[in-house]
Design a protein around this ligand. Structure first.
Ligand code: AMP
Ligand code: MG
Length: 280
């Protein structure tokens, strides 16, 4: 029976990892193949869904805690697939989803964390960020959208911001997703060959490929400088989509289990209400 040979939080940990050593087609910590991975995913999706329902139920009963999944990755890394296939297996009522693109004119008027603060998950919600505040030390750094003197202090600022979130009861699950340059080419080609995928394609995605080394440098700096004890990064190889989905499911299960969520107790006398119901 294929299984995890190591807890997913250890198998994907960013500490000390050099991106040039990452095998994007690997399945770190998991010994099974695609078929067994998909079988396990189906089982684990049910576990995730049950835990998320408890989070939601507790939120409705006054618990202020929440979980925030942060997905960072270059185009075609599979962020949308994680949202659809992993988050898609839980109750949509309990999900606060936000995707971050090029800042709008209104967003540009504000500090880069403004739009992030506005999109944070409410109590009891599973938040999902498709891209995030990290774009402000990734695309912004790679394309010199602001001078280094402006992006450089952001690493510390982001660490302080995330510490504050954690202290306020939000568990952060930060996942940095990586495909190989070859696999990205294959996925972009698919977007150009299939009318049902044209909508995902942006001609600038091809231009961005020339910046691959600069992006890797920026991603490495992000991992080195913002993987903290309270909000660690997990590095996810995503050439194999089934593995990416299984691994993120496990990361979320781990985060939710650590909250030790029970079903909220009744705030009424159950026996009395049953008696009333019988007479009604
Ligand atoms: P997509 O995720 O495919 O919809 O693309 C969103 C685009 O918005 C990507 O090219 C990002 O790099 C870009 N983007 C996101 N945040 C920022 C930002 N703060 N500054 C500039 N570009 C950004
Ligand atoms: Mg895109």
């Amino acid at each position: 029976m294929p299984k995890w040979t190591q807890p997913v939080t250890e198998a994907l940990q960013a500490d000390g990892l050099r991106l040039e050593d990452l095998d994007t087609s690997g399945t770190p910590g998991f010994s099974g193949d695609k078929k067994s991975g998909q079988q396990l995913l189906a089982e684990r999706a049910t576990v995730l869904s049950g835990l998320q329902e408890r989070l939601y139920a507790n939120g409705r009963s006054g618990d202020h805690r929440s979980v925030l999944l942060v997905l960072q990755g270059m185009d075609t890394a599979g962020k949308g697939g994680i949202v659809r296939h992993v988050i898609g297996s839980v109750d949509p009522q309990g999900v606060d989803h936000a995707a971050f693109g090029v800042p709008t004119p209104e967003e540009q008027q504000h500090h880069y964390l403004w739009r992030i603060r506005n999109a944070l998950p409410r109590a009891g919600q599973l938040g999902v960020f498709d891209r995030s505040h990290y774009e402000d030390v990734l695309v912004v750094r790679v394309h010199n959208l602001v001078p280094p003197s402006e992006w450089e202090p952001r690493y510390d600022e982001i660490n302080a911001f995330e510490r504050e979130l954690v202290e306020q009861g939000t568990t952060l699950v930060k996942v940095a997703m990586f495909v190989s340059l070859d696999e990205q080419k294959r996925r972009l080609r698919e977007r150009l060959e299939r009318p049902d995928k044209y909508w995902k394609f942006n001609p600038s995605d091809i231009d961005e490929r020339a910046y691959w080394p600069a992006y890797h440098e920026a991603y490495q700096a992000m991992l080195d400088r913002t993987s903290t004890d309270c909000a660690p990064w997990y590095v996810l190889p995503t050439d194999k989509k089934w593995f990416a989905r299984l691994a993120v499911t496990e990361l979320l299960i781990d985060a939710l289990q650590k909250l030790k969520l029970e079903w909220p107790p009744a705030d009424f006398d159950v026996a009395e209400q049953l008696r009333r119901l019988e007479k009604a």
